[in-house]
Design a binder for this molecule. Structure first.
Ligand code: NAD
Ligand code: USQ
Length: 416
């Protein structure tokens, strides 16, 4: 297949591009390199030394990889460029990673909120519109997030995108339907993924576009089989307070002797998936497209759930790191349970990499190896969710106490 990987310079997009090229697909990477510019804006950089795109592509060929091409394009602002690209290249599939993906970055200021909404809905809507304009029947695989559901479950496991409901009509008749699971985003970034979901539903219905939306949990790990083949192929490893995600941050903090920064009580439960499993899921999704006219296929792309304080304890145990409870800069539930259906990928052959298997290797091979590149001043999470938090007013006095348990969004809980 000819596959366009949008956002192919990023943390997920780069290893996914390599994996797809290794499977024999023709890969075209499209990226505006905005993530590298955001590093400059934040004065932060990947713990691992990432090469330029030119060096990455040359290194891949030097280890025998099938050539990949790169086009620099801003998908949110250069609609005509995107249409031209689709007309010229005519990919069979498009994998869409190209969004601003940090929740803390999206909450930093009005400018960051507006950029995240404009960029993320801009890329997604431009792509949908361009697929219709060009008449291209390419399968669109999008990387969404588990965060569209929120992290509360009303006592049930979160289904894969659609919720069975029974509606009582005015005449008392009962009608069964499936609806999109009600959204409950926890940041402006997560909200853009909810908007994406609506855009996909509309274009699948109106224009019969073939779309798969992967509701992915938090990625952990760095290497995949291909990124290990040459130092210049190494993937990025974000650890700073905006882009570092929780488990990779804990691994890096353990490696540099920084107390593990647990927000609040650490009672937040989240969904996780290893980076090697992510690239495999993208492969599986591409091999199982919806038919024209089908509704959007939604898969939950996660393999395990973990509570933040349990992760800190685990990393602390294997590395002797201290754990520190720090004030939570986010407006989120202090404690939540999370149960998720993920049978689709498992039934299609995904064999999950479990935390217990890969964690020690990550501490040794990545975090410790590159520890001397770390800038410890970039570790604290300084982006706050509310104006009151920013002003340093305790949540209780501002009347904005975060709920102790996760609200269930549009789902009303009934007790028997
Ligand atoms: P990333 O920031 O490392 O990569 C995103 C890439 O998209 C970057 O290379 C960036 O330059 C590019 N990009 C952004 N806007 C663009 C635009 N307008 N035009 C062209 N290119 C643009 O992020 P990531 O961690 O690789 O995440 C990829 C996708 O997966 C995101 O959509 C994210 O929401 C989703 N996701 C990531 C995680 C995670 O833990 N990293 C978890 C769940 C979902
Ligand atoms: N947390 C800590 N300490 C830290 C960092 C984070 O306790 O040092 C806590 C946060 O408060 C939060 C949880 O860990 O409760 C997860 O935070 P995160 O930064 O690892 O993940 P999140 O902001 O949710 O975003 C990440 C990706 C995003 C993706 C999402 C998947 O950046 O692109 O969509 O994970 S999910 O969480 O399933 O929605």
């Amino acid at each position: 297949m000819k596959i366009a990987v949008l956002g192919g310079d990023g943390f997920c997009g780069w290893p996914a591009s390599l994996h797809l090229a290794d499977l024999g697909h023709q890969v075209l990477i499209v990226d505006n390199l905005s993530r590298r510019r955001i590093d400059e804006e934040l004065g932060a950089s990947s713990l691992t030394p990432i090469a330029s795109m030119e060096e990455r592509l040359a290194a891949w060929e030097s280890v025998g990889g099938a050539p990949m091409r790169f086009v620099e394009l801003d998908l949110a602002t250069d609609y005509e460029g995107l249409v031209d690209l689709l007309r010229t290249e005519r990919p069979d599939a498009v994998v869409h990673f190209a969004e601003q993906r940090s929740a803390p970055y999206s909450m930093k200021s009005p400018r960051h909120k507006r950029y995240t909404v404009d960029n993320n809905t801009g890329t997604t809507h431009n792509l949908l519109c361009a697929l219709v304009e060009t008449g291209l029947d390419a399968h669109l695989v999008h990387l969404g997030t588990m965060g569209v559901y929120g992290y509360g479950t009303a006592g049930m496991s979160i289904p894969e995108g659609y919720l069975d409901v029974e509606i009582v009509g005015d005449d008392g008749s009962r009608v069964e339907q499936q609806i999109l699971y009600p959204t409950n985003p926890g940041s402006v970034y997560h909200m853009t993924k909810c908007l994406d979901q609506q855009l996909f539903a509309y274009y699948a219905k109106n224009d019969a576009l073939r779309i798969t939306d992967l509701h992915q949990g938090i990625i952990w790990g760095t290497h995949t089989d291909q990124t290990l083949r040459d130092e210049r192929l190494i993937n990025r490893f974000d650890y700073d307070g905006d882009y570092g995600t929780v488990l990779n941050r804990f691994l890096m903090q353990a490696a540099v002797g920084y107390p593990l920064t647990v927000h609040g009580t650490g009672g937040q439960t989240r969904a996780f998936i290893h980076i090697q499993d992510m690239v495999r899921c993208v492969e599986i999704a591409l091999a199982n497209p919806p038919a024209r006219g089908d509704r959007v296929k939604i898969f939950n792309q996660m393999t395990q759930t973990h509570r933040v304080r349990d992760l800190a304890e685990l990393v602390g145990r294997i590395s002797d790191a201290e754990v520190e409870l720090v004030p939570n800069p986010r407006h989120e539930a202090a404690e939540n349970e999370l149960h998720v259906h993920n049978e689709t990928f498992i039934d299609l052959g995904l064999e999950p990499t479990l935390l217990e298997e890969g964690l020690l290797m990550e501490v040794e091979d990545v975090a410790r190896r590159y520890a001397d590149r770390a800038d410890l001043d970039k570790i604290p999470c300084t982006s706050t969710w509310t104006a009151a938090q920013q002003a340093g007013v305790p949540a209780s006095r501002a009347g904005r106490t975060a709920p102790t348990t996760e609200p269930t969004g549009g789902i009303v809980e009934h007790s028997a």
